[in-house]
Write a protein that binds this ligand. Structure first.
Ligand code: AMP
Ligand code: MG
Length: 355
């Protein structure tokens, strides 16, 4: 970004019945090439007119996003896909019937008119229809499909509340629509339908189990499971970057709960002995770590969707606490737990201890 701060309009809207004048104002900003942050059912998005390459380029500048990372286009009607995708397969139709509006992004062959800033030069385009009254109303008001990555500075935890967006992007974007907390808490599942067998590039709100029930065979990309990319050319360019990282280094500890607990207690004691403050990311049935560090409970271990909803807020809490190091308990990689573990592995940037 050039360093010039702009005046960011902060607009509060009702989550279920957004006020028409507020939505119209935000829609006009988008049509004029501006940037508007808005709530979706996954996380807050940072929107620009997807048909305007210059507007989309401003997203990269505001977020500090690497230029080779393409952006998901959000639609309010399926007919908006006609100008975005070169073709729509039968599998895509089945998935849209089953999961849209909802946290599933599908990758299709791109139409010729899609700006290069959106696709980062790929021949494919990622599209989704969000399940949120504010997001849908905004896209309709804009009258164009809306390109929107998560509304955070690149590399930081994604925003699940408007105040997270303010922390990262105030002065860098034109407006923030505050429609309360996002629901799912982790981003959409990204499913590539241009490969022979559909493949999940990023686990998210829709689980592999749900997709398989609908399509039969669905693979999960190796890098999406390991949480880091060792290949030169990941299928989803965004996966090669460190993501979701709080300020302090995060160590992810996986294994049986008692073994994880004794390892974290041991390491946190060492930190405390050295005069450093440890933060510990846990679940509601975890061991008592309060004597060795600052505990943040992300959700319930047996209900991974509650952990998804609380994860990014928990990571940002550690920034507010100013801890020196974070130990995170692993979660079973089942259901939405797969998406949670993918984000934790990325936040850990390879610092994973198996006990
Ligand atoms: P975010 O920026 O947080 O919304 O993340 C979007 C994710 O979707 C990133 O990991 C991108 O690399 C991925 N993505 C977007 N478009 C494509 C595409 N055409 N092919 C593969 N991955 C994509
Ligand atoms: Mg993101």
């Amino acid at each position: 970004m050039s360093g010039n701060r702009i005046n960011t309009r902060y607009i509060k809207v009702d989550q279920a019945h957004p006020e028409a004048d507020a939505i119209a104002e935000a829609g006009l900003i988008l049509r004029g090439g501006g940037l508007v942050a808005f709530p979706t059912e996954t996380v807050y998005g940072l929107g620009a007119d997807a048909t305007n390459g210059l507007a989309v380029a401003r997203i990269f500048e505001a977020k500090g996003r690497p230029p080779d990372n393409p952006i998901i286009v959000h639609v309010a009607f399926r007919s908006q896909l006609n100008a975005l995708a070169a073709s729509i397969s039968a599998a895509a139709e089945i998935l849209m019937d089953a999961f849209w509006p909802g946290p599933l992004t599908i990758i299709l062959p791109a139409g010729t008119g899609v700006p290069e800033a959106v696709t980062a030069g790929l021949t494919t385009v990622a599209v989704r229809m969000p399940d949120h009254p504010v997001a849908l109303a905004l896209i309709k008001a804009a009258g164009v499909p809306v390109a929107a990555p998560s509304a955070n500075l690149s590399g930081k935890p994604s925003p699940t509340r408007a105040e997270h967006v303010v922390q990262d992007l105030d002065g860098r974007i034109d407006a923030i629509l505050d429609g309360g907390p996002a629901g799912v808490g982790v981003e959409s599942t990204v499913l590539d339908l241009t490969s022979q067998v559909p493949i999940i590039l990023r686990p998210g709100g829709i689980t592999p189990e749900e997709l398989r029930a609908c399509l039969g065979r669905v693979e999960v990309d190796r890098d999406a499971i390991s949480g880091y990319c060792d290949g030169e050319s990941p299928r989803s360019p965004g996966m090669k970057y460190t993501h979701y990282a709080p300020r302090a280094p995060l160590l992810l500890v996986t294994g049986s709960q008692p073994a994880v607990a004794s390892k974290i207690l041991e390491m946190a004691r060492v930190e405390a002995g050295g005069g450093r403050r440890a933060g510990i990311l846990t679940y509601s049935d975890s061991s008592d770590y309060s004597t060795v560090g600052e505990v943040v409970v992300a959700g319930r271990r047996d209900k991974p969707e509650t952990v998804a909803a609380g994860l990014y807020s928990a990571l940002r809490r550690f920034n507010e606490m100013g801890v020196d190091i974070i130990f995170a308990e692993g979660l079973e990689e089942k259901g939405v737990g797969l998406a949670v573990m993918n984000r934790l592995k990325k936040a850990a940037g390879g610092r994973i201890i198996k006990v």
